[in-house]
Design a protein around this ligand. Structure first.
Ligand code: MG
Length: 159
């Protein structure tokens, strides 16, 4: 069995708005984010981790923000597309570990729903997806509430 690991990172700045998309779910917040697509940092970091594991570049190559097709795009579609690219190469996802970095929104109440949604997108059981959240103790851009960031690590396997 061939095992491959990948990592991803994404950032979006806060902008005027009333919600952010996180893991494919709409989370009420006192800001939105600047983004060409829906600005879902968790799913963008996840896509980069999956692409990295498979040696397929990064999300910007597959879904360039200069392309009007992706304006306001639902990032769930990016994950589904990337999953299909991996499936075509014989890979399945073993697990994904996601970390959200921000002062707000707090996602404790949404954690299980996000895990389940991400697992659904990846075609794995919910216990194969982990979601962590941390602040940066008020330091840096996340600490100043200028934006939010996400890290993702995935393991994929092919027989
Ligand atoms: Mg992004």
């Amino acid at each position: 069995m061939k095992l491959r690991v990948g990592s991803g990172y994404d950032v979006h700045a806060f902008a005027a708005g009333d919600h952010v998309m996180l893991g494919g779910l709409r989370i009420a917040h006192d800001h939105g984010v600047f983004a060409h697509s829906d600005g879902d940092v968790l799913l963008h970091a996840l896509c980069d981790a999956l692409l990295g594991a498979a040696g397929l570049g990064d999300i910007g190559q597959h879904f360039p923000d200069s392309d009007p097709r992706w304006r306001g795009a639902d990032s769930s579609g990016f994950v589904s597309h990337v999953r299909a690219l991996l499936s075509a190469r014989g890979y399945r996802v073993c697990n994904a570990d996601l970390t959200l970095v921000c002062e707000a929104p707090r996602i404790g109440a949404h954690r299980d729903a996000i895990r389940e949604r991400v697992a659904q997108l990846l075609g794995v059981d919910a216990d194969c997806v982990n979601l962590k959240a941390t602040t940066t103790e008020k330091m840096g851009f996340e600490g100043r509430r200028e934006g939010l960031a996400a890290h993702a690590t995935v393991l994929i396997a092919a027989d």
